[in-house]
Design a protein around this ligand. Structure first.
Ligand code: IPM
Ligand code: MN
Length: 370
């Protein structure tokens, strides 16, 4: 049997609730003798701060680096609003991305046929939408130095950050986008603000050079980020792979996720470079946040967390068939109108988090037996 060592980091608020359902799916694979998951658990974000006074411990970084992949829930909540800036839950996630070297963030925005009416856009604009944002994750303005807050005279302060990208940083993320596009519709739209920012000029030139030299079969287009956000709402299906930096990717991926009308459905992958042993650091998390407003109510949609597990099987372990089992089980559940309240459309009665997990496991049984 295939053996995989997973670090589960449920995090805060609804994080542990949805993670419990992904664990049910992992147990299903183990009980069927398909994949044996050896699961470690750790604290991250606010729950780590409460226990250890820091949102990310050295112990968790070590466990993450020793695991074959990390399954992450979600972090943050109003409980930690007054915590010192450097110890906020978000800082735990940022430091984990950085210490694992997770430079590539893959965020698919897919419209499920059964949920086409959940989008705020007209159905024909989004029906069949399947795009993916490739976001640089450990560079740019999120991490650039110098940064800080300076006290000036006359009661004035100045807050400042630095945006910069080197050739090396641009090439390694652009390569991910071109490779991915090669397995899809062979179109990459690279997004920058080269009309205003020098970091964008270098981004644009290096991407173009790499494409011309190594990916002649890929159709590369450049777009300014303001135009891209407009095009995403105007005609989202024109895109295949969108390649962009850390900050623009953060913003555009929320926009793209909402096009689908079902934030609770979208998974994501954060990947690093393979090491000498061929192991690639990786972390999988739902795109939705920790949803403090519904935490504890047992109504959160666990599908994004479960699809994040499917992405892990595909991207970290090349287990495409097993990943499709999960995708198919989710499709089946949706087609039978089994819905959590966020995607409920008035037919029948919405189910809770745990019933949704159980329904997906039941469908896995049915699919596996056929
Ligand atoms: C995301 C989140 C994070 C980010 C926060 C929580 C630090 O918004 O993953 O998109 O800005 O990257
Ligand atoms: Mn974000």
């Amino acid at each position: 049997m295939i053996n995989k060592k997973i670090l589960s980091l449920p995090g805060d608020c609804i994080g542990p609730e949805v993670m419990a359902e992904a664990l049910k799916v992992m147990n299903w694979f183990s009980s069927r003798g398909l994949i044996n998951f050896e699961i470690e658990k750790g604290l991250v974000g606010g729950s780590s701060y409460d226990e250890f006074g820091t949102p990310l411990t050295e112990e968790v970084i070590k466990l993450a680096n020793e695991s074959d992949a990390v399954l992450f829930g979600s972090i943050g909540g109003p409980k930690w609003d007054d915590v010192n800036y450097d110890l906020r839950p978000e800082k735990g996630l940022l430091s984990l991305r950085q210490s694992m070297g997770l430079f590539a963030n893959l965020r698919p925005a897919i419209v499920f046929d059964a949920l086409v009416d959940a989008s705020s856009l007209k159905p024909d604009l989004v029906k069949g939408l399947n795009i993916i944002i490739v976001r640089e994750l450990i560079g740019g303005i999120y991490f650039g130095e110098p940064r800080g807050i300076k006290q000036l005279e006359n009661n004035q302060r100045i807050g400042f950050n630095t945006q910069s990208y080197s050739t090396e940083e641009i090439i390694r993320i652009a390569r991910v986008a071109f490779e991915l596009a090669g397995k899809r519709n062979k179109k990459v739209c690279s997004v920058d603000k080269a009309n205003v920012m020098e970091s964008g000029v270098v981004w644009r030139e290096e991407t173009l050079k790499l494409c011309n030299q190594h990916y002649p079969n890929i159709e590369l287009e450049h777009m300014f980020v303001d135009n891209c956000s407009m095009q995403l709402v105007k005609s989202p299906k024109q895109f295949d792979v969108i390649l962009t930096d850390n900050l623009f990717g953060d913003i555009l991926s929320d926009l793209a996720a909402m096009l689908t009308g079902s934030l609770g459905m979208l998974p994501s992958a954060s990947l690093g470079s393979k090491n000498q042993n061929g192991k690639m650091p990786s972390l999988y998390e739902p795109v939705h946040g920790s949803a403090p407003d519904i935490a504890g109510k047992k109504i959160a949609n666990p599908i994004a967390q479960i699809l994040s597990l499917a992405m892990m099987l595909k991207y970290s372990f090349d287990l495409d068939k097993e990943a499709s089992l999960i995708d198919d089980a989710v499709q089946l559940v949706l087609s039978e109108n089994i819905r959590t309240s966020d995607i409920f459309e008035g037919v029948g009665k919405p189910v809770g988090t745990s019933e949704m997990g159980d329904a997906i496991v039941t469908k896995l049984d049915i699919i596996a037996e056929n």
